[in-house]
Design a protein around this ligand. Structure first.
Ligand SMILES: Nc1nc2c(ncn2[C@@H]2O[C@H](COP(=O)(O)OP(=O)(O)OP(=O)(O)O)[C@@H](O)[C@H]2O)c(=O)[nH]1
Ligand SMILES: [Mg+2]
Length: 364
C-alpha cells in the first residue's frame, strides 16, 4: 500500500452493559500505520488485562474487558504513517470528514452542564501573535451558535501589523455558559503588544473585564483594577494558543519564546492548553477548495509538526481550524472543524473546574 492511506470505516457508537466486553474497531485501507488511542481526548493509559489494542490486517481495534461505568467516553484512534495522519473517533471522523454533521455537536454543546456548581461559565483565553486569528475565532464560534454572521469582534489587524484588539474583552457564546476572552496580540520587543505577564495575571484571575492593556506596564497589585482575591469564576479555565499556519515558519523567535513562557506558567497553574492552528485555507490550496481533504494534506501535517516543535505541544492538542473570513454563507465543514476543537476546550475547561472546585482555592 502506498503512503496515501485513509480510514475506510470509522469507530461506531457503542452501547454496552456493565461487565460485558467491547471491541472498538475501524479500518484503514492499509495495515501500514502506527496507531495510538485516546479516551476523552487524553492518551489512553492501557491497563494490563483490561485493554488490548492491536491491528488485524487493515483493521485497528481496542478491546475493553468487563466494561465499568468509568470506561464510558469518547474514544479516538490516531493513526499515522510517514506522510499522512488522521483520527477516527466517535463523533470525530477526522480523516473522513464527510460523515460529520454540525447539529449533533451543537446540540451536545448546548445541553452541556458544567460539572461544578461553583462556576457559572467556562472561561477561555485566546492568545497568540498579532493577526493570528484570535478575534476571528470568536466571530466564527458566535456565528455558528447564533445562526447569523457575527462580525462584532474586531478583526483585520494583519493589514496594519499592530494588534487591533487592545482590551481584555469578554464575549459570550449564544446562551451557552461559555465565555471567550480576547486579548491584544504578542509582538517582539518589550514595548509592543500584550505583556506576557498580563496574560499570566489574566490566567490567575487578576485582570478585570475591559482592562486596557499597557505594553510597558503589566498589571500588578498596586493597580486599582487588579482583582486581589480571584475566585475560580475569575480564573481562566483553558488557554488557547492561536497560531496562523500560513505564517508559522516566519514567526519571530521572541514571540515564540513569549508563548512558551506563557505555556509554562499555565502548566504550573495546571490550566489545560490547546493550540488552534488557523488559516489552514491559506496554507493548503487543496484544503481551501475542499475542507474534507484537510487530514490528507501533507502541507497541513507539516504545519502541525512545525507547531509541535516550536511550541513543544503534543500533536493531539493541535487543532487545525478555519475561520470565517471572506465567505458570506455558512459552511458546515468549517463549522464542524471549529466545533470539534471547541468541544475539546469545553471538556478540558470542565475537567479543570471539576479538579479545582472542591479544593481549597489559593491565590497566587
Ligand atoms: N484566510 C483566512 N483568514 C483568516 C483566518 N482567520 C483570520 N483570518 C484573517 O486574518 C486577519 C487577522 O485576524 P484577527 O482575527 O483580527 O486576528 P487577531 O489575532 O485577533 O489579531 P489582533 O487582535 O490584532 O492581535 C483578518 O483579516 C482575518 O479575516 C482564516 O482561518 N483564514
Ligand atoms: Mg484581535
Amino acid at each position: 500500500m502506498g503512503k496515501n492511506w485513509k480510514f475506510v470505516t470509522v469507530l461506531a457508537d457503542k452501547q454496552v452493559k456493565e461487565e460485558e466486553d467491547v471491541t472498538l474497531r475501524c479500518q484503514t485501507n492499509t495495515g501500514d500505520v502506527t496507531v495510538t488511542w485516546e479516551k476523552k481526548d487524553q492518551k489512553l493509559c492501557c491497563v494490563e488485562g483490561k485493554h488490548r489494542t492491536g491491528k488485524e490486517g487493515s483493521a485497528i481495534f481496542l478491546e475493553i474487558k468487563k466494561v465499568e461505568l468509568g470506561d464510558e467516553g469518547k474514544y479516538t484512534a490516531l493513526a499515522h504513517n510517514d506522510s499522512l495522519w488522521g483520527r477516527a473517533g466517535q463523533g470525530w471522523l477526522g480523516q473522513n470528514m464527510h460523515g460529520l454533521r454540525q447539529d449533533p455537536i451543537i446540540s451536545a454543546l448546548k445541553s452541556f452542564k458544567i460539572s461544578s456548581g461553583d462556576v457559572k461559565e467556562l472561561r477561555f483565553l485566546l492568545h497568540g501573535p498579532v493577526g493570528a486569528g484570535k478575534s476571528s475565532i470568536i466571530n466564527t464560534i458566535k456565528t455558528i451558535f447564533e445562526g447569523h454572521q457575527y462580525i462584532n469582534c474586531l478583526t483585520g489587524s494583519a493589514l496594519t501589523g499592530e494588534s487591533l484588539t487592545t482590551k481584555f474583552e469578554k464575549f459570550n457564546v449564544g446562551d451557552v455558559p461559555f465565555t471567550f476572552y480576547d486579548v491584544m496580540g504578542l509582538e517582539k520587543g518589550g514595548s509592543k503588544g500584550v505583556h506576557p505577564d498580563d496574560i499570566i495575571s489574566a490566567l490567575k484571575g487578576h485582570v478585570p473585564n475591559n482592562y486596557e492593556f499597557k505594553a510597558c506596564a503589566p498589571i500588578d497589585k498596586d493597580n486599582r483594577h487588579y482583582i486581589l482575591d480571584p475566585t475560580l469564576n475569575d480564573k481562566i479555565h483553558c488557554l488557547v494558543s492561536v497560531i496562523p499556519a500560513d505564517t508559522i515558519s516566519r514567526m519571530d523567535d521572541e514571540v515564540i519564546q513569549k508563548m512558551r513562557n506563557i505555556r509554562v506558567a499555565a502548566s504550573e497553574l495546571r490550566i489545560p492548553q490547546v493550540v488552534f492552528l488557523t488559516t489552514v485555507d491559506q496554507s493548503c490550496p487543496m484544503t481551501k477548495k475542499d475542507m474534507t481533504k484537510l487530514y490528507q494534506s501533507r502541507k497541513i501535517k507539516q504545519k502541525v509538526d512545525e507547531c509541535r516543535n516550536k511550541l513543544g505541544v503534543a500533536p493531539n492538542c493541535i487543532f487545525p481550524v478555519k475561520n470565517y473570513h471572506e465567505e458570506t454563507k455558512p459552511n458546515e465543514q468549517l463549522n464542524c472543524l471549529m466545533l470539534e476543537a471547541f468541544t475539546q476546550i469545553v471538556h478540558s475547561a470542565d475537567d479543570f473546574v471539576k479538579r479545582n472546585s472542591s479544593q481549597q482555592e489559593t491565590v497566587e
